[in-house]
Design a protein around this ligand. Structure first.
Ligand code: NAD
Ligand code: DAU
Length: 351
């Protein structure tokens, strides 16, 4: 039985991924999470008593704690979701993004490298004893912004535009360098915009659902014609599973849902599903440095590893909306806490 360290497993994608693993494999899961504002143990309520699941509260920058985790639990695989993940927050307060996203990643790799006794550089060294490996969950935002045509392939240069994406791109560079220098067994994934159950309502889809249900204005940045390539979170989980089990060490894999939509289209769709008026839409001041368009070319992961997204946008969105309607307590608990201050700070000058 393998022992997996999932960093950031109490967040949106990490919690979905832990549940995916437990339903499909007999692995021991160690979830290390600092429980920042975005981490929520309620996301894992239905598996918390599973004997294969263990929660550890802590920071990925804490090298002493990391050493103890590797010593105590004989970790074979690390999947690093832990990050500050919201672009708007990175514009207001970038420092913690560099700390967690870059230095935290490095601390995780240094600990694994020491514990796994990775040998000095050997270019042909593609497999390791016990199949140890480190998966870095990165983002398509590291590539920067596209014009009206074209797609991101893994060959695109990184060209990040926000403090968030710059911190993720920096982490990717260090991860890559550890492979090249030490033959440290890494794989990087770069996925597009996720939506689905348990997403924190600072992100477009859950924020708009929550506002619409409460008949509050729906803040659209700029002209609302920015394009994102949306993927249902369960498809992202199957893609990470595929990369984890079939991916080649040292490689980058793009992951996308083949679903480009303008923000305004998404918001109108949500209003339509919820039976709410488009009068709730409010165009507000644009995000600084706002990337215009993202679009993922999935060719590599599809042709080399056989992964394809399985959800249509309509099916994914319907499942998402249904989940938020059935779990209003989960949402209400979040939006009644520190979120009030966040929302006030972020949006009060917008309207
Ligand atoms: P999230 O903000 O919902 O969750 C992040 C988790 O990391 C939280 O549980 C938080 O408590 C934890 N965390 C933060 N700092 C930590 C630290 N120092 N030590 C330990 N834990 C810490 O984020 P998400 O949307 O689930 O994204 C997960 C990962 O996927 C991130 O690395 C993000 O960059 C990447 N990603 C996200 C998307 C998306 O659309 N959400 C798309 C592509 C890639
Ligand atoms: O592309 C992957 C990235 O997707 C991840 O790496 C990030 O962690 C994740 O947060 C997400 O980044 P975005 O900035 O694209 O997501 P967000 O939900 O914040 O915004 C999506 C689009 O909607 C973006 O063009 C900004 C716009 N927007 C967002 C909010 C919160 C609005 O118009 N109004 C809003 O209130």
């Amino acid at each position: 039985m393998k022992n997996l360290l999932i960093a950031g497993g109490a967040g949106f994608i990490g919690s979905n991924f832990i549940k995916h693993l437990l339903s499909n494999y007999d692995y021991n899961i160690y979830n290390l999470d600092k429980l920042t504002y975005a981490g929520n143990l309620k996301n894992l309520d239905n598996i918390k008593n599973d004997k294969r699941y263990h929660f550890i509260k802590g920071d990925i920058c804490d090298r002493q704690l990391l050493g103890k985790i590797f010593d105590d639990y004989n970790i074979h695989i690390v999947v690093n979701f832990a990050a500050e993940s919201h672009v708007d927050r990175s514009i207001e307060d970038p420092e913690v993004f560099s700390k967690t996203n870059i230095l935290g990643t490095q601390a995780l790799m240094d600990t694994a490298k020491r514990y796994w006794k990775v040998k000095p550089y050997d270019r042909y060294c593609r497999e390791y004893k016990d199949g140890v490996k480190y998966i870095q969950i990165s983002t398509d935002e590291v590539y920067g912004s596209l014009g009206i045509t074209g797609k991101f392939t893994e060959e695109n240069p990184v060209s990040p535009n926000s403090p968030y994406s710059a911190s993720k791109a920096s982490a990717d560079m260090i991860v890559r360098a550890y492979y090249e220098t030490y033959c440290f067994p890494i794989i990087i994934t770069r996925c597009s915009n996720n939506y689905g159950p348990y997403q924190f309502p600072e992100k477009l889809v859950p924020l708009m659902i929550n506002n619409a249900l409460k008949e509050k204005p729906l803040p659209i940045y700029g002209d609302g014609k920015q394009v994102r390539d949306w993927i249902f979170v369960k498809d992202h989980c199957t893609a990470i599973d595929t990369v984890l089990h079939k991916g080649k060490l040292g490689e980058v894999y793009n992951i996308g849902g083949n679903n480009e939509r303008e923000n305004i289209q998404i918001v109108k769709l949500l209003l339509n599903y919820l039976g709410k008026s488009e009068q709730l839409i409010a165009y507000v001041r644009d995000r600084l440095g706002h990337d215009r368009r993202y679009s993922i070319d999935n060719t590599k992961i599809s042709t080399e590893l056989g992964w394809f997204p399985s959800y249509t946008f309509e099916k994914g969105l319907e499942e998402t909306i249904k989940w938020y309607l059935d779990n209003q307590e989960w949402m209400d608990e979040i939006v009644s806490g520190d979120y009030i201050m966040y929302y006030e700070q972020m949006y009060s000058t917008s309207f």
